[in-house]
Write a protein that binds this ligand. Structure first.
Ligand code: CA
Ligand code: CA
Ligand code: CA
Length: 239
């Protein structure tokens, strides 16, 4: 009797296992297909491979991910992934403003309210570059001119304390358009200076440390940064 019960019990387990087996195999197969073989642009290369090798998984053409913009909204497929926006929809949150325009103006492209993304400015003295970060992503880079050897630009973390579209320097007798003043050190970020005669310092000074300590930007870049930077914004100056 005991043996018979055991056999029946054994059969029951066996039958259950047999019934369960196909679903297990199916689950294994489907999950493998979804994870490893997703080929969004149907070009024969899976998404994982494409991203790993610097190609856009959304563009069947062999174009690098930073150069591809499949929905033509100005935001590359690279940034679409970074900002988690829809690469096939120019206006992910459907608020009437394209993903690119929103990010470029510091707004969250995933929210149709006016939520802002974090912004940060970093100045690298050794390479004479200013990097503008949006939501932790390196968004724009500009060539600058910082302080000459006898009047070096101080390093450290600063905050923007004031803004002035056309600041006047009493000490040097020149205009400093699109001024963003920084705390401590009495310096600022501004456009190439203009003398009262109307003469403007040449763009060829950008990339060379020739200023009196300020961070000089080119025409266009200075206004770009001025328009997007609020009082209180973080600025870090490194060697
Ligand atoms: Ca592909
Ligand atoms: Ca795009
Ligand atoms: Ca939008």
């Amino acid at each position: 009797m005991f043996k018979k019960t055991l056999t029946f019990f054994g059969l029951f387990i066996f039958a259950g296992f047999i019934l369960f087996l196909p679903s297990l195999a199916f689950a294994e197969t489907t999950s493998t297909v979804v994870v490893a073989e997703l080929d969004s642009d149907s070009d024969g290369f899976n998404d994982t491979w494409e991203i790993k090798n610097g190609y856009s998984p959304f563009n069947p053409e062999p174009i690098k991910i930073e150069k591809s913009d499949i929905d033509k909204d100005g935001l590359s497929d690279y940034f679409e992934i970074k900002f988690r926006t829809d690469p096939f929809n120019a206006d992910t949150d459907q608020d009437g403003h394209s993903d690119f325009k929103e990010i470029d103006n510091g707004f969250n492209p995933l929210s149709n309210t006016t939520t802002k993304l974090s912004q940060k400015i970093e100045i690298k003295l050794s390479s004479q570059k200013l990097v503008y970060y949006v939501d932790g992503q390196k968004w724009r880079e500009f060539t600058v001119s910082t302080g000459k050897a006898s009047m070096p630009t101080p390093t450290g973390d600063f905050k923007v304390t004031n803004k002035n579209k056309k600041a006047w320097s009493k000490s040097y007798g020149l205009w400093m358009p699109f001024w963003l003043g920084l705390d401590r050190g009495r310096i600022g970020i501004h456009e190439l200076p203009v003398w009262p005669s109307g003469y403007r310092e040449g763009e060829n000074h950008l990339g060379k440390p020739v200023s009196h300590g300020c961070i000089r930007l080119g025409v266009g870049s200075a206004q770009y940064l001025f328009d997007r930077t609020s009082v209180g914004a973080q600025v870090s100056i490194i060697k």
